[in-house]
Design a protein around this ligand. Structure first.
Ligand SMILES: Cc1ncc(COP(=O)(O)O)c(C=O)c1O
Length: 389
């Protein structure tokens, strides 16, 4: 009765089971995996956010496949002011309800069933589901750690086939926190040009550069056809609002052809609702308040991690440039999942094992830097008691 693509393994993993057991026995868990900013004790401007959702214009239905102009103009202004893109044409933007929906639209646009996309490894686990649902095959290309994460171009060359349609980059990557560097962008453009591939750049964490200087956005990449995905889910820490977009750039004729087709895909669903589109300028503006708080918190947590980790050599914090996560390299005495379950049962600390993100082997734990400072410090202390013993 059901399609093969929905034959998912839906049984909970060992970590989820252990978490349910600890919580059902009344245990308080220190959550160092937190990714929901609305439950992270941040100070939102509630009044302004709520007011933005009730403008009188929302009573009118104006179906615009690309999204309402006022919302797209606000996104263009964001790129101009925050990322110094001098002329950003809002006709290049298509609004979507989430970055995930943006991925689906782009996958639909460039891939036939069975076509391939090159995706970074380690990276974000949702890709697999998104690709599955669109009948796209993902081919992982390695990021290699050597004083920072680097794209492995010799591997990319080996992995490209006649079915390859594009390369996904996450800029900065989740969870490695690595940006695509300028020299890598040049090599990536050359690679895509040579093989006739598009770039899909996920920039949801672009603004969260730990040194305050994010690398250039892919919206300014015109060498090859490029789809840049982002949204207020991370920019303004408002994932519940469901405002995201695809910005298309590249050679003019390819961009025009892509936009014409994307517009039809968007028109088929018209998934953006009116209140959220009218609220978009205000919601985007909220980033000024929330990014400051998140940056302060992440830098404090990173400093605490390094302070507690100083004076021992058993664990190593890998270098990170941006985003909401940090990676701890730990000795491989058991699988990452076993270690995470152990930490949860013995110390009530929840961390993500590296294998959730397809790390090359065991010995990696992923920690959320947006956890409240007190919880993060306490969680780190308990973690080190187990790992450095
Ligand atoms: C790298 C990356 N891309 C996309 C998303 C999803 O964003 P959205 O809420 O806009 O679908 C996430 C969510 O954590 C993410 O980490």
């Amino acid at each position: 009765m059901f399609s093969d693509r929905t034959n998912w393994q839906l049984t909970p993993n060992r970590l989820t089971e252990a978490l349910e057991q600890v919580r059902s026995s009344g245990g308080q868990v220190l959550d160092l995996t937190i990714s929901n900013p609305t439950r992270a004790g941040l100070r939102y401007d509630d009044g302004t956010i709520l007011k933005s959702l009730s403008s009188p214009q929302v009573l009118d239905y104006d179906p615009q496949p690309k999204g309402l102009l006022s919302a797209r103009a606000a996104i263009a202004a964001y790129y101009q002011t925050q990322h110094g893109i001098r002329e950003f044409d809002c006709e290049r933007l298509i609004l979507t309800t989430s970055t995930s929906e943006g991925y689906s639209f782009v996958f639909r646009l460039i891939c036939n069933a069975g076509d391939e996309l090159l995706v970074p490894k380690p990276s974000y686990p949702l890709f697999e589901f998104l690709a599955n649902l669109q009948d796209v095959k993902l081919v992982p290309y390695p990021l290699i750690y050597d004083h920072g994460w680097q794209m492995d171009f010799p591997s990319l060359e080996k992995l490209v086939t006649k079915r390859t349609r594009g390369v996904v980059v996450v800029h900065p990557n989740n969870p490695t926190g690595s940006y695509v560097q300028a020299h890598e962008l040049a090599a990536l453009n050359a690679f895509c040009h040579k093989h006739g591939l598009a770039i899909i750049a996920d920039e949801v964490f672009l603004d969260y550069a730990h040194d305050g200087r994010p690398c250039a956005s892919f919206v300014a990449n015109h060498d090859v056809l490029t789809f840049t995905l982002s949204g207020v889910s991370k920019i303004s820490a408002l994932p519940q609002m469901k405002v995201a977009w695809i910005a298309t750039s590249g050679p003019v004729t390819e961009v025009e052809a892509a936009l014409a087709r994307l517009e039809v895909i968007a028109d088929t669903y018209l998934s953006m609702n009116a209140p959220i589109q009218w609220a978009t300028p205000v919601l985007l503006d909220q980033r000024k308040n929330i990014q400051r708080q998140l940056m302060d918190r992440m830098l404090a947590n990173l400093a605490e991690l390094d302070r507690q980790g100083a004076g021992q050599t058993t664990c190593q914090r890998l270098s990170v440039e941006g985003g909401w996560y940090a990676i701890l390299r730990v000795p491989v005495t058991q699988t990452d999942e076993e270690l995470a379950v152990d930490l949860l049962r013995r110390k009530s600390v929840l961390v993500h094992p590296g294998h959730f993100y397809d790390f090359p082997g065991d010995g990696y734990l992923v920690l959320s830097l947006i956890a409240p400072e007190g919880e993060f410090a306490d969680g780190m202390k308990r973690l080190l008691e187990i790992v450095v013993s």
